[in-house]
Design a protein around this ligand. Sequence first.
Ligand code: ATP
Length: 370
Amino acid sequence: MTATMKAAQKALNETALTMHQVQHAFDQHTVVKGVDLTVAPGEVVCLLGPSGCGKTTLLRIAAGLETLQEGSVSLQDEQIAAPGLRHVPPEKRNVGLAFQDSALFPHLSVMENVTFGLKHLSASARRERAEELLTQLGMANYASTYPHMLSGGQQQRVALARALAPEPRLMLLDEPFSSLDARLRDRIRDDTLHVLKKVGAATLLVTHDPEEAMFMADRIALMREGRIVQTGTPRELYCSPKDPFVVTFFGEVNEIEGVVEGGQVTTPVGWVPAEGIADGTRVQVMIRPEALRVIERDLPADTHSHSHIVMAKLLGRSSLLHLCAHADGGQEAHLHARVPGVFLPAEGQPIDIHLDLSQVFVFPRAAEEH
Ligand code: ATP
C-alpha cells in the first residue's frame, strides 16, 4: 500500500468519537452496560431510547462530566479517558455542549456569549466567526441583545452558535429542542441540521423522540436499559428492525400471534413469510399500520362476515382506520391501518385488505423476553 493510500485509509478509519466497552454504575446500579459507539467526522449520530435508559450518562461520559469507570473514550485518535489512567477534563476536550436548557451568560450580550470561547482569536476574527454562525441560525439581528430579552427558541439558537463557535472536534447535544413548543421545535431542528451539516460538525445528539432521531440522524443508536440494541441508518432501524422493541419504539404496530407452518404464518390478513424460523415455532407478527392497504368493496354494508371498517378518524396528514379483518378460516382481528390524506370510509364498509410485506416483521415469541 502506498503512503497516499495509507493516508486515505487512515482518514477513512478515523472517527471523531470512539467509545469502547463503556460501563457505568451509580451506587451499585449499572446504568450503562458495555457500550460501543462511534461518530465519524461530519456525522450526526442520535442516541435514542426511553427515559432512564442511560443516554445522558453516556453523553456526559463523552463530555468528561462523568469520570469513566470502565472502557475507553477517544476523540479522533487521542484517548481522553481510561479508568484510573487518564481523565482529560471537559474544558480541554474541545467538545461543544448544548443541553435542554442551555444557560447563556445573563450579563453578556448575544455577541459576547458566542465569542466567549474564542479568546485565542483576534477581536475581528472572533466577531466574524460569531456573525457567520448567528446569520446561519437566523440571529444576526440580535448580536447586542441580552439573553433575558430573547425567547426560549432564540436562546437555544444562541447556545448552539456558542457551542459551534470554537469549531469543536465533537458536538454533544442533549435533548436540545425538548423545551420548545412543537412548531418552533421543527424550525430550530431544521436550522440546526443545516448548520451542523454545513460546518461538518461530528455530532452526538440525545433524544427520546424517534421522529426527531430520524429527522436529524445519519445513524441512530437505539438504547434500552443501558445497552445499545441496534445501530444503523434510520432506514435500517425502521425497515430491518432486529427485535420487537425496535419495531414498537418507532410507533404503534398491530400484533398477531401465530405458529410457523411451511415457512409461513397465517394471519387474518393473509400469509406472512417467516424466513429462518423453524416450523412449529410460536411467533409474533408485527404489522405497521401503513402496511395495510385498504380497498373498498362494492358489497352490502351489513356483510359482516367480510372484512370491514369499524371506525375511521382523520388525524390531519393521515387517516386512521379501525378494521375488522376476517380470514377465510373464520379468524378475526381488530387492526389499525394508517392511510395518507383524507380517507374516511363509512362504518361497516366492506373492504379487502392487502399487506405490504416490507412493513411486516415476524419474531419468535422468545425474542420478546430480554
Ligand atoms: P432521560 O431521557 O430521562 O434523561 P436517560 O436515558 O438520559 O433518561 P440517564 O439520565 O442517563 O438516562 O439515567 C440513567 C439512569 O441512571 C436512571 O435510572 C437515572 O435515575 C440514573 N442516574 C442518572 N444520573 C444519576 C446520578 N447522578 N446519581 C444516581 N443515579 C443517576
